[in-house]
Design a protein around this ligand. Sequence first.
Ligand SMILES: [Zn+2]
Length: 141
Amino acid sequence: MDKPTNYRDWTEEQWREKLSPEEYYVLREAGTEPPGVGEYTDTTTEGVYRCRACGAELFRSTEKFSSHCGWPSFFTPLAGDAVIEREDRSHGMVRTEVLCATCNSHLGHVFAGEGYPTPTDLRYCINSISLTLEEGAADKR
Ligand SMILES: [Zn+2]
């Protein structure tokens, strides 16, 4: 069966076909990869981070910072409408979940007011497995 053009119309069955079990667990079941193991945790390579599920551009290396939290951290998304933020009350906490606006896949969480020396004082704490780094000049977009 052909997959719908709009990623939001994909069935979970279709996502399971496209993604590895590890990717599916994080992107479609809002799982979290263990800290410090993700391939992009300390990456400083210049480029644009795309959604691993649908390929949408989400974050730039120029807004990535070293938070020492164990996951890739960005202080702002590439564009305000690239991601969706919604309240997440799972695990007995109130957090803000970050989703890809194009395909509704889970990316991570955003935390505010932690005192990091960044322009926004926001930390988009994103799973490496939710991202694919496209190397290249990040500021040309
Ligand atoms: Zn996506």
